[in-house]
Structure formats: C-alpha cells, structure tokens
Ligand binder design. Structure first.
Ligand code: FE
Ligand code: CA
Length: 523
C-alpha cells in the first residue's frame, strides 16, 4: 500500500519532469483516435492554468495504450486558429497515471482567453478554450460563473451542460458527484454494463464513461473549471476512512478512487504531492484550495469528505447517513465533531482573514452540500440528516461564528449534493432566527441525479424552516452567477425533462445579494 503510493508519486513527478520542448520519441501513429475523452482545463491562477487530457484506445474502457510512456505535444495560443502560439511543449502520458496528461502552463497574462490543443502521432485533440484569473490586485467589473453537481449517468442526459454552454460562463465550479460508483444494468434513462467501481481500473473506466458524453466534453472545452468532490467519487456516504458498508479494505478502495479522480480532473500535480506528503498516508489528494478572482472574489473550495468525523449514530451494522433527533443522538452535538477536519477549519479561517486584509469583495465558500439547518420533521418533533451539515452542528456553528466575527462581509455558500434547489439566509446562530443574517446560501440542484422528494414535502419544509427562501425539489439544472462589486445575481436554471437529450430549459428564479447586506433577495 505505502509502496504503491510512493510509486505513484514518483511516476507523477517523473511525468512532470519529462515536460519540455518538443523532441524525440513520439509514436508516429495510433491505431485508434487517442483523444476520445476530450480535453479540459482548470485550477487557474492569474498567470497559469492546468491543461488536461487522457489518452485512450481500444475502446474507452480498456488500458490498451501499453506500458511505455507516450509523448504528447501541446500548444497554447491567443487565438482559436493557433496563429499566435505563446507556449508549447511535450508531456509524457504514463501508464501508472492512466495515460492522463496534466500540463501546468505558467507565465501567462492575467484575465485573458487562451486556446489549447494536444497532439500525439498524427492525431490532434479537440481545441479547448481557457482563461486566466485577473491579477490579485485588480478589481474586475464582472464575472459570470456557474456551479453544478451530481451528474448520475443512468438518471438522465446532460442537456443541462448544453444549456449552460449557451449561457457562456467564464468559469465552472463543480461541487461533487462527478461520477456515481453504482452498477446500472437497468438504468431508468441510460444504462451501462460496468460493475460497481471498486478498483483503480474500475474507477478509470467509470470516469471514461462519463467523459465520453459529448455535452460534458463541450462544456469542459469552453472554460476552466474549479473542482471538488463529494461521496460518489468513491462510495455513497463514506466518511474519512469509514465505508457505508463498513468494508475493512475501504482505505485501499478510497486511494484508488482518489487516484482515478486526480487522473481525470484538471488539478495541479501539487494537489497530488501535497496529499501524499503533507497530509499523511491516508489523505491522498489535497482538494481544498483557494482560487482568487482579483479583488472581486475569492473561491474557497472545500473538502467535506476526506477529513470529516464519521456520521453520528449510524444504523446498526452500517456507516453513513441516518435521521435523528438531538435527544436520541447526543453524539450529534458533540463540540469536537468536524466536517472539514481541524487543519482545514484553520486554513479556511485564515483565508477569510486574508480576504478582509486584501479587501476581496466576495468570499465564496464552494462546498458539497446544504449548509443551512433543515429540520426534516415539519411537526413538533425534529429530524436531522446526519450526512449533511445538520450532522455536524457544532462545526457549522464555529464557521458561522467566525463569519459573524468579521461582519459585515459578503460571504456566500454554494453547494449541491441534495439534488434540489435551496436558497437560504444564514444566521449568526443558526438555531436562533432572531440572530443577525451574516451570509447567503445557494444550494444547487443536480445536472441529472434524481431527488426523491416531492414538491409538497419541500413546501412543508419551507414552512417549518423560515430561513429558507426557496426549495424546489423536483427539477434538474444548474445556477449561474453574475458578480459585480456591488451585487451578486444568481439565476436558477431548470430543465423541462432531464430524461430527454433534447430537453428545453427555463429560468426558475433569480436572486440577488447586495454588497454589505447579507441574505438573498428575490429579484
Ligand atoms: Fe449526488
Ligand atoms: Ca450520500
């Protein structure tokens, strides 16, 4: 296990070191087109960005590229016809990393579009478009970004991505459940023949299946992404090293799933290195990162899976979620319980302090799930869902107290996971609706995953939870945000029918947050 990890790290470093000017040992041709999984870019800073692809052949789901490294050339230009190429080089796609390619291009101009492509032998990839962030001291007039989550293959088509493409975001923030690990021989909309993902090869095939979708490929091609994960990149409801099914070999499964995730996402190699070196043997990729958009916004991308305490009061013989009252589950409210882990909590707190110092307009907390309390018993009793923040009320209280201590600040949570749209006000003391509103929350619905909550029940929960401004439980879609120094405007976009590839889309609602006035308002 440890040997494997070090081997993996050495391979990643070796791959990075072989980057350089184009030369030598590229193979002259491929039997099949090797760029069938498309291209992507992400993790941008003001002067660099990650370009991604993964070579595959022999069908999407085999490892037929062989064991030898394959050299891949790349080019980055200031125009889509590649008349002005500003950077180029080669990178080795190695078998130990699934023939994935992560190029970190540096020395770029801030706040500008670039176009990139890869080549190997006589094959050339699709062209991708990417963008650098503004310089840290600049205050751009505006940003349009989108956020989305939960794209379960068998539950629907990715029409939402096609509609988002037309909305032309500069940046996409993906908040988890990029893949689902289940078998789906009888999927209600789409099916596949893969067995439940368990090994590295399984997770690679699963990512390859999802990456084969043309609508997903096109939205990746259109702009850079910020990435985090939730549970289904590994297993439903896992928490740190505990599996939902309590399988004793879960840490190996998790390490394999994390590696496959890194291989398929436009993350920096430093995320892999930091995960292996800085965070200890069990923690294999550092997902929590900050991405500054000049002085307009800072994206604090969080990881609520890797370091969390186990869910409180799991059912007998199980890990994962439950629904409990505080009286029946004293563990729920224990003050030491954390969703982020102590180190990430400190890192987030330091980052929020830096946002004040640097006069950053908007602090965006990009995380997995609904942050506001949601009592699932609309009657006199109470019922808390232990897999979400309601399972970690002390941690939520600490974070809100931290935010309140710095108020007034423009702090906005974006989330996913619940497959429903929720818009909420966040109070300094969440259990006290008479305490001041200190932050805003937009928890977005899924790209395709079903929700299972009828709207009548969502309506009842809104009546019982007065800090909730909107709960829409039956529709799929995404949200995009038009951000200026003075105002955050969220547009909730929903599909007519995610079971149709040609589904139309409509605007469900629009909310604004005014600078200096926490809490969403209906536009
Ligand atoms: Fe999901
Ligand atoms: Ca779950």
């Amino acid at each position: 296990m440890h040997l494997d990890r070090r081997h993996w790290l050495r391979a990643a470093l070796a791959a990075a070191l072989t980057c350089g000017p184009a030369r030598g040992w590229s193979r002259s041709s491929h039997a099949e087109y090797p760029f069938a999984l498309g291209v992507a870019s992400g993790s941008p800073s003001h002067d660099s960005v990650v370009l991604w692809t993964r070579l595959g052949s022999g069908g999407l789901f085999s490892d037929a590229m062989g064991e030898a490294p394959v050299m891949v050339r790349w080019e980055l230009a200031t125009d889509e016809n590649f008349r002005t190429i500003v950077r180029s080089g080669t990178s080795a796609a190695v078998a130990l990393l699934g023939h994935a390619v992560h190029v970190e291009v540096t020395g770029l101009q801030p706040a500008r579009w670039y176009w990139y492509r890869f080549a190997s032998g006589d094959a050339v990839s699709a062209t991708g478009r990417t963008r650098t962030m503004p310089a840290p001291g600049d205050t751009p007039a505006s940003l349009r970004f989108a956020f989305a989550s939960c794209q379960r293959w068998e539950h629907g088509w990715f029409a939402a991505w096609r509609h988002l493409l037309a909305d032309d975001p500069e940046l996409v923030v993906f908040l988890g459940d990029y893949i689902y690990e289940y078998a789906a021989p009888h999927g209600p909309v789409r099916r596949h023949s893969l067995t439940p993902a368990w090994t590295l090869a399984d997770y690679r095939r699963r990512h390859a299946l999802y990456k084969s979708d043309p609508d997903l490929q096109r939205i990746h091609q259109s702009c850079p992404w910020l990435m985090t994960w939730d549970d289904h990149e590994v297993q439903n409801d896992y928490a740190d090293d505990r599996a939902e099914d309590l399988a004793p070999d879960f840490p190996t499964r998790r390490a394999d799933a994390y590696q496959a995730w890194y291989e398929h996402m436009p993350m920096r190699a430093s995320a892999l290195r930091a995960g292996l070196a800085g965070l200890g043997e069990r923690h294999a990729v550092r997902v929590h990162q900050r991405y500054r958009f000049g002085r307009l916004a800072n994206f604090h991308v969080l990881d609520t899976r890797q370091f969390r305490h186990w869910q409180a009061c799991a059912r007998p013989g199980r890990g994962g979620q439950n629904n409990v009252s505080r009286a029946a589950c004293p563990e729920l409210t224990e003050p030491g319980r954390s969703m982020l882990g102590a180190a990430q909590e400190r890192w987030l707190s330091d980052g929020l302090t830096d946002d004040v110092r640097d006069t950053v307009g908007w602090s965006v907390l990009a995380q997995q799930t609904l942050f506001a309390p949601r009592d699932l018993d609309p009657g006199p009793g109470e019922s808390w869902w232990t897999d979400g923040w309601d399972g970690y009320p002390a941690a939520r209280g600490r974070l809100l107290a931290d935010i309140a201590a710095r108020s007034p600040r423009n702090t906005v949570f974006i989330g996913g996971d619940v497959h429903q749209n929720w818009v909420t006000r966040l109070h300094a003391r969440p259990e006290r609706p008479d305490s001041p509103v200190v932050a805003s929350e937009f928890c977005g619905t899924s790209i395709s995953s079903r929700s299972g909550m009828p709207q009548t029940r969502a309506d009842a929960l809104v009546r019982a939870n007065p800090h909730v401004l909107l709960a829409d439980s039956e529709r799929r879609g995404y949200q995009f945000v038009d951000l200026t120094p003075a105002r955050w405007t969220t547009t909730l976009r929903v599909l007519d029918d995610a079971t149709r590839i040609d589904s139309g889309a409509a605007t469900l609602a629009r909310f604004i947050v005014e600078s200096g006035r926490p809490g969403p308002q209906r536009a």
